[in-house]
Design a protein around this ligand. Structure first.
Ligand code: FES
Length: 118
């Protein structure tokens, strides 16, 4: 008779996901006439609803990103930029992981799902 396998669950050894920071533009054009809750609050609410799976995602508001025609605008950064309180700028600035343009509140759950699967 072959030996029985150990029925105890094996603890996951997967590394914790790397932090990702969302910078939500709160410049005048991006927040103009969008109604309801400010986008940054809607993003934070969606992150909270995503629960522990999105614990490595955080969101901060930021001033105009000079892409007003694409707003409302959200940039997602990983790596060292995920620890910044403002989006990186300048010629040495890293590229964002993702740029979300013309963001609507009803798109936020899908946006977060996309980041979680990246
Ligand atoms: S106001 Fe958001 S990019 Fe300018």
């Amino acid at each position: 008779m072959p030996p029985r396998s150990d029925p105890r669950p094996v603890a996951s050894r997967a590394p914790a996901p790397a932090p990702i920071r969302l910078f939500v533009c709160m410049g005048r054009d991006c927040r103009a006439e969008r109604g309801g809750t400010p986008l940054i609050e809607a993003v934070r609410h969606s992150l909270a609803e995503a629960g522990a799976a999105a614990a490595h995602l955080s969101a901060l508001s930021c001033p105009c990103l000079d892409r007003c025609e694409d707003g409302p605008l959200i940039l997602a950064y990983g790596g060292e930029a995920a620890a910044l309180t403002r989006p990186p700028t300048g010629p040495q600035a890293p590229q964002p992981l993702a740029i979300f343009t013309h963001v609507r509140r009803d798109q936020l759950p899908a946006l977060i799902t996309r980041l979680l699967s990246a």
